[in-house]
Design a protein around this ligand. Structure first.
Ligand code: SF4
Ligand code: FES
Length: 350
């Protein structure tokens, strides 16, 4: 379960996948409501909770939520930008039983990282990473890749190794929320992707047993779509800051989905019976070409949110698929060997 505790955040990353309109999420669940959600999630079979945002450290009740989750037997992962991760704060979280920290890093050096985040953040992130390792917690460094930082992949790998991270996640931007708005400025070229992938392959060999490197491909440059969420409502759920329960973090944008809040129904009812969760579960909803495709159990027709964003129809085949009648919507955006144009970024919240 992805528990999006708040969409408030001190950073202004232009690739943020949070919703563009945040007013509806200001009425955040109370500590007691989150504890009830965690209890219901464990009873439903949830094993891992990812405490995310926005910036989850802005919730003062975070250590109490971690303690409650650990008490239920849940594995707890904090997904943070690290700005408020003081020694005292981290000690409180570690004492509460936190298992793992995923720390975002914008770039390999301060100047471009701070420019992307909209304020000086890089030095504090490095300090936060060192605190996490000193506390003996597992650390993943996460970097969202895009046109402006993808050529720094070798330096990012060196940075993660130097910080003592267990795992480095190099994730090409997925185009939802603010990232969709900034797509023209963020899309890398094929040449940039090829160089990054070669650097990752070489580093995996060099750092085997030291640093695990996860590389998330650039969706738009692929032939087949990603198996988004491992299939709609099959094994993951997201609870938004206001209690809305979603099959994926971007689903709120799909009109008429019938989203239900944990304030109105128990989590298990929402998972099994709510319109949002049953709408695209399984394969019966699929149109052609997915319906008769031999890959439909592999990729589940791709991403519903991306289909909606690009075609206006959330039931359409994901246009990333080369068999989609809308595939040209993606291929025309992807540049083959062209120099990347300089397009200004719109920071989150601007
Ligand atoms: Fe996947 Fe549908 Fe494309 Fe087949 S047609 S590969 S099921 S998205
Ligand atoms: Fe919503 Fe892919 S992000 S289904």
């Amino acid at each position: 379960m992805l528990a999006e505790l708040t969409y408030r955040c001190p950073l202004r990353c232009a690739y943020c996948s949070n919703p563009v309109a945040l007013d509806a999420y200001a009425d955040e669940l109370s500590p007691a409501e989150w504890r009830r959600v965690l209890t219901e999630a464990r009873a439903l079979g949830v094993l891992q909770v990812h405490l995310s945002g926005g910036e989850p450290l802005l919730r003062r009740d975070l250590p109490a939520l971690v303690a409650h989750a650990r008490g239920l037997g849940l594995y707890t992962n904090l997904i943070t930008g690290g700005q408020a991760l003081s020694p005292a704060r981290l000690a409180g979280l570690a004492a509460a039983g936190l298992d793992h920290v995923q720390l975002s890093v914008q770039d390999a050096t301060a100047a471009p990282a701070d420019a992307l985040a909209g304020r000086p953040v890089h030095a504090r992130k490095l300090a936060a990473a060192r605190l996490v390792r000193a506390a003996g917690l597992a650390l993943t460094v996460n970097v969202v890749l895009h046109r402006r930082n993808i050529e720094h992949v070798p330096a990012l790998i060196d940075l993660a190794a130097e910080l003592g991270a267990d795992r480095l996640e190099l994730a090409n931007t997925q185009y939802y929320g603010w990232a969709l708005r900034n797509r023209a400025a963020l899309l890398p070229t094929r040449a940039q992707l090829a160089a990054a992938e070669a650097a990752v392959t070489a580093a995996r060999e060099r750092l085997a047993g030291v640093l695990q490197i996860v590389y998330v491909v650039s969706d738009y440059h692929e032939t087949w779509p990603k198996p988004c969420m491992n299939g709609w409502a099959s094994r993951q759920l997201t609870v938004a800051p206001n209690g809305d329960v979603l099959p994926c973090p971007a689903a709120a944008q799909i009109p008429g989905l019938g989203v239900t809040s944990v304030r109105d129904r128990p989590l298990a009812d929402i998972w099994f019976d709510s319109p949002a969760f049953t709408r695209f579960r399984g394969t019966d909803w699929m149109p052609e070409p997915c319906r008769s495709c031999e890959r439909k159990e592999l990729d589940h027709g791709g991403c519903r949110c991306q289909a909606f964003q690009l075609t206006g129809d959330p039931a359409a085949t994901d246009p990333v698929c080369r068999l989609s009648p809308h595939h040209a919507l993606v291929t025309r955006l992807v540049r083959d060997g062209e120099p990347a144009p300089t397009v200004p970024l719109v920071p989150r919240g601007a």
